[in-house]
Design a protein around this ligand. Structure first.
Ligand code: FES
Length: 57
């Protein structure tokens, strides 16, 4: 996935920002939400965030 790709449209959070959050210690979707704000509005991106957590955490 391209780091510049927007994963969360509501909050404008990119794949790179989510990746950095996970590498910085966020090991659950909830923690990624806390750190980046991604997934806190419509929830439509939560599945994608979950996938990234599973792959990277
Ligand atoms: S797209 Fe992420 S909360 Fe809406």
């Amino acid at each position: 996935m391209d780091r510049d790709e927007i994963v969360c449209n509501c909050m404008g959070v990119t794949a790179g920002e989510i990746q950095d959050a996970i590498e910085g210690g966020a090991s659950t979707v909830e923690q990624v939400q806390e750190v980046t704000g991604a997934g806190t509005v419509c929830g439509g991106c939560l599945e994608e965030i979950q996938k990234m957590v599973e792959e990277l955490a």
